[in-house]
Design a protein around this ligand. Structure first.
Ligand SMILES: Cc1ncc(COP(=O)(O)O)c(C=O)c1O
Length: 397
């Protein structure tokens, strides 16, 4: 009865893990969930007020499929302010979160058989988007000793005549790795050689960066790529508004128009109320952005120092986002009461069973041997999680 397309789709593993944790919580178990990919702090009060005001002022109708003019102007102004790039609102399209924007971009760019290159580890949802476009996913492995970052020579080896799209994500979910300006520059030299390749730059964590207010961007070092790079962002992470569902792409007008057409025939527009609140956030909330970044950095320092003390875990110091990327291979072969750990998934399962701490196995990000731990939770819970993990590791034989 069901279509082959839908039958072959795998549901979001992270969401499934979250639901599992919630079920146990509802039964009264003291679960510490470090699996979900959303900020734990609330949307800033001023942004909530802007949303409420939008309802009262009657912003309750459809907007254009590409977003309200006000929000597109705010995004264009922000692109100028943060990236130094002049764009017009006609080069912006808005839709339901970065996820649907990425979906729309891949649908608009890829024909069946086209190759979509994605360095591993990568966000769990990219593969299904590629599959639904009947394109071919080409994972490009990255190395621990290269800080999980794509190297120009490696990229070159994977580009073929069929390569259509490269997805880059910096700060990266799950590793927290960030490309420096010089690393972008080196990559851009390869990208300039392949004019058929379009680049989806998933910038969703770009203000959650630990060395400045915004992570370096490919287009800042290589503006010549501007017709082939779509800069994709959202209010979800930076402004802690994941449930408001507003994301956007900025770039080549022809692609933006195609995406807007796709959006108009699938989801119409993002919520008019959320768009008003998002425009307010982009224009008025630099202070809140900076406060978030500062508190995130404090909790990151604490998380990093505490997890680095746990023997046999290899903790990669993140440069942005809110995840610790932790190698667990040194525990392979260790036994717990119900079995032996032979994979990151085994580790996650055993830890959850024994200590009710939930994280995400690297297999979900196409990178075995690692687990992703969401560290931006309440400080006391973070410390409790850390001590439970320490106990668990020392209980293994
Ligand atoms: C790397 C990355 N891109 C995109 C998204 C989707 O964001 P949104 O909630 O705006 O759809 C996420 C959310 O987890 C993400 O981690």
């Amino acid at each position: 009865m069901l279509s082959k397309r839908v039958q072959s789709l795998t549901p979001s593993a992270v969401m499934a893990l979250g639901a599992r944790a919630q079920k146990l919580k509802d039964q009264g178990v003291d679960v510490i969930s470090m699996s979900l990919g959303e900020p734990t702090w609330d949307t800033p009060e001023a942004i909530c007020s802007a949303g409420i005001q939008a309802i009262r002022e009657g912003y309750t109708k459809y907007t254009p499929a590409s977003g309200s003019q006000k929000l597109k102007e705010a995004i264009a102004a922000n692109t100028q302010k943060w990236m130094g790039m002049t764009v017009t609102p006609s080069q912006v399209t808005v839709s339901i979160g970065a996820k649907f924007i990425l979906f729309s971009a891949i649908q608009s760019l890829c024909d069946p058989g086209d190759e979509v290159l994605i360095p591993t580890p990568y966000w769990v949802s990219y593969p299904s988007m590629v599959e639904l476009a009947q394109a071919r996913l080409v994972p490009i492995p990255t190395q621990v000793d290269e800080d999980f970052k794509l190297k120009p020579d490696t990229l070159k080896k994977y580009i073929t005549k069929k390569s259509k799209v490269l997805i880059v994500n910096s700060p990266n979910n799950p590793s927290g790795a960030v490309f420096s300006e010089s690393e972008w520059k080196a990559l851009s030299e390869v990208l300039m050689e392949y004019p058929q390749l379009y680049i989806l730059s998933d910038d969703i964590y770009n203000h959650l960066y630990f060395s400045g207010p915004m992570a370096p961007h490919l287009l800042q070092v290589c503006p010549d790529l501007k017709d082939r790079v779509l800069s994709i962002n959202a209010v979800s992470k930076n402004y802690s508004m994941p449930g408001w569902r507003v994301g956007w792409a900025v770039g080549n007008k022809e692609i933006i128009e195609a995406m807007s057409k796709f959006q108009s025939q699938s989801v119409s527009c993002a919520s008019s109320i959320s768009q008003e609140a998002s425009a307010y956030a982009l224009v008025q909330c630099d202070k809140e952005l900076e406060e978030t970044r500062q508190s995130l950095m404090k909790i990151k320092d604490l998380a990093l120092a505490s997890f680095q003390e746990i023997p046999k875990l290899d903790v990669f110091p993140p440069q942005g986002a809110f995840y610790l990327w932790v190698g667990v291979e040194k525990l392979y072969g260790s036994s717990w009461q119900k079995g032996t750990i032979r994979s990151a998934s085994d580790f996650v399962e055993a830890l959850f069973h024994e200590k009710s701490v939930l994280c995400v196995p690297g297999e979900e990000f196409n990178y075995p041997g690692y687990v992703r731990i969401h560290f931006a939770i309440d400080e006391a819970r973070l410390m409790a999680a850390c001590s439970r993990i320490k106990d668990f590791v020392s209980s293994l034989s």
